[in-house]
Design a protein. Structure first.
Length: 99
């Protein structure tokens, strides 16, 4: 069985609550070398992921949302800095979170 290709993002509690309430369908990351290597191939085409795991910080039992990866990635300017805009699909699973 093929291992899933997963993109892990960490976010604060308020943004996690908005994500679970489906108030946002996008995640943003400033264009920096780290995110370039995580999100883009060497020719600057978007990498493909099976799922996006969005975790509220670093604890083992922190809330986690497993979300579809739509494959859409844009670069836009926010507060005079370029940012990646990553489109999210439907929420597949939520762990360690009480509504």
């Amino acid at each position: 069985m093929k291992e899933k290709n997963i993109l892990l993002l960490r976010i604060c509690w308020d943004w996690f609550k908005d994500l679970v309430a489906w108030k946002t369908k996008y995640r943003f990351r400033e264009v920096k070398k780290y995110w370039e290597t995580r999100l883009l191939e060497k020719d600057w085409t978007p990498k493909s992921f099976d799922e996006v795991h969005i975790k509220n910080w670093y604890k083992v039992d922190s809330p986690l949302a497993i979300v579809e990866f739509k494959g859409n990635l844009w670069i836009f300017e926010y507060e005079w800095k370029p940012h990646f805009k990553l489109e999210l699909g439907k929420i597949l699973e939520i762990q360690n979170y009480e509504i």
